[in-house]
Design a protein around this ligand. Sequence first.
Ligand code: F6R
Ligand code: MG
Ligand code: MG
Length: 384
Amino acid sequence: MKTTISVIKADVGSIGGHIKPSARLKQTVEQFVRDKGKKLLSDLYVSSTGDDVALLMAHERGANDSKIHELAWDAFMAGTKVAKEQGLYGAGQDLLKDAFSGNIRGLGPASCEMEFEERPNEPFIFFAADKTDPGAYNLPLYLAFCDPMHCAGLLLSPKMAKGFTFTIMDVNHTEGDRVIELNAPEELYDIACLLRDNERFVVESIRSRANNDIAAVVSTSRLHNIAGTYTGKDDPVALVRTQGNFPATGEILSPFRIGHYVAGTMRGSHNGPLMPVKLNSTISFFDGPAIVSAAAFCVHNGKFTEPVDAFDHPFWDWVRNNVSQKAAEIRNQGFSGPAMLPYSELEYGGVVEKMGQLDERFIVRKDEVHAAAGAGNGRKKKAA
Ligand code: F6R
Ligand code: MG
Ligand code: MG
């Protein structure tokens, strides 16, 4: 018997800005899924990270099951109703379409799912991030699955010596799923070449090459690409199985120590460090910093243990202090250079509109000396 774990999450309204859903909203969503999902689910865990509510569901129906997706959609609709009644901010924000149409992908909420034969003991981590996009997981997953500086098991465990297969998606391609499979360690440089571009290429899944078992899945939806206009950052979720043929839990957590710079934070339009936070954390400084939480579980016969809050430890307090410092550093330069995202990634149209207006006011000087000098000055890019 195979177990499926599905995570579906959405922001359907929050208190005090884009900060945290109300307790009633969360309870409503949870109760809805418990009532209507009785016959569908073997277990459920509901949590919030920043302004997003996530449903972690165990069942036997496989990935992309329309009943499971519809259950989540309807639950978020019920949550939206409460958000409207309570006057929460951004009520229904992530529900971009009027009606459910068979699969939740492309409708706004983020989702990732994996189906596997349970091992006798089956540890996994559920990650949820807020105020950032799915590329935020690129570097941590690359380091955890490919780099012995973080994953000692690549050197020490014969089970991991064969490496892992990465499926990477080009999220700019909106007419369908454009994906590529690359093998670590042989194609490490190719993997790195793609994963450096967090806004375009995103890890969709990782498999063990020892037995083709699924190791990790990430939500790849980009609201930016679905809606065309600003509707909130994507706030991605991920599931990672650990131990045995996979990196140990601590090896998966290791790269989050870096607090690497990701896109997101204020107005989804800045770069800032990714802060590992405790479960159910809120958002604060500059609508950030971008946060990621990690709930570690075992699943057995489709039932979850209680979660362990993997970033609730004195070590991570020290990391959070360092990440705060990084957040303050980049904020010191406000809008300048890498502090703010390039035009194509700005989630608000203000700057682009302004540029359009200013463009009309530019003049080209009729200066023949400059023109002649400029003509011979064209720099060519170095050939590869
Ligand atoms: C970022 C985010 C927030 C909002 C900001 C302004 O993903 O959700 O930073 O962009 O609080 O929000 P609005 O435009 O709703 O006033
Ligand atoms: Mg929001
Ligand atoms: Mg959010």
